[in-house]
Design a protein around this ligand. Sequence first.
Ligand SMILES: Nc1ncnc2c1ncn2[C@@H]1O[C@H](COP(=O)(O)OP(=O)(O)OP(=O)(O)O)[C@@H](O)[C@H]1O
Ligand SMILES: [Mg+2]
Length: 312
Amino acid sequence: MLELRDYLEANKKSDKRYYVPRRREGEPMQVVSVVNFKGGSGKTTTAAHLAQYLALTGHRVLAVDLDPQASLTSLFGIQPELDDTASLYEALRFDDERKSIADVIQPTNIPGLDVVPASLVLQEYEYDVPLAISSKKGEDGRLFYMRIASALKQVDERYDVVVIDCPPQLGYLTITALMASTGILITIHPQMLDIMSMSQFLMMLGGIMGPVAEAGAEMRVQWFRYLITRFEPTDIPQAQMVGFMQSMFAQQMLRNHVLKSTAISDASIKKQTLYEVERGGFVRSTYDRAMESLNAANGEIVDLIHGAWGRK
Ligand SMILES: Nc1ncnc2c1ncn2[C@@H]1O[C@H](COP(=O)(O)OP(=O)(O)OP(=O)(O)O)[C@@H](O)[C@H]1O
Ligand SMILES: [Mg+2]
């Protein structure tokens, strides 16, 4: 963390964005969802580092764990199995037990960063939505896709940016998150099979979001970007795949990729991010390369967020 502070300190002089990061009047809360139905594409790692980076650069951040597997939750030091943790489900449910999202928010060890934990109960939402749609008062069900946006509205004053870690499936949870999003990050591990499943994902996404939008839903999305994760530049097929993607989707790709690094995977085994571990615990060049690639990708995302606020 100290190293990130040094890095930011060094950048302050050349980079205006670190002076006034908090949103001002007229700058709407930004909601960034990290998605891909491919398991293990780096969603949780990306969401955790992005949320912490945003907080460490002065933003007020809410990280939302939307995956019933609760990986982000445990990465942030909360054990949902042991603690009987309340999850976002409490704010999404269709019955009278529904709570405000404010009741399920927890602080983290990083100043300026709160989290809404996940737990297995979140999975219930996938069964609740079709039941609600077919129930007598079907209106609530048909407007299911508004539920995360509505929940977040209740804490709009408290946060600048919300980062949502989505589950590896294109179910009602993910659709509801996407409909609340102003920005979408699709994480991709550059192997042929991942790319194939990504295009499948996008086709399904188009197939679902189209009808939802036609049903009158307001789309808030201002940008979407592919983020290459766990990248190994010396792996020729991977490098070729990234080159191919860059030529196909030049506008939609983040320029910086997150490198595959033992520093990141070792940290995650200890339920930490690279921003939390000590630099001294790693080969310095390994740590530095990983940190540089994370900061560069996260910096680009901050620019997109500030861009959505109309800042240069
Ligand atoms: N840049 C990286 N370098 C090395 N290991 C990484 C990197 N990014 C992610 N990993 C490791 O890869 C595994 C999968 O990453 P992660 O959990 O972020 O993926 P995910 O898309 O959230 O998975 P799921 O679909 O199951 O939710 C984890 O063990 C993580 O530590
Ligand atoms: Mg995950």
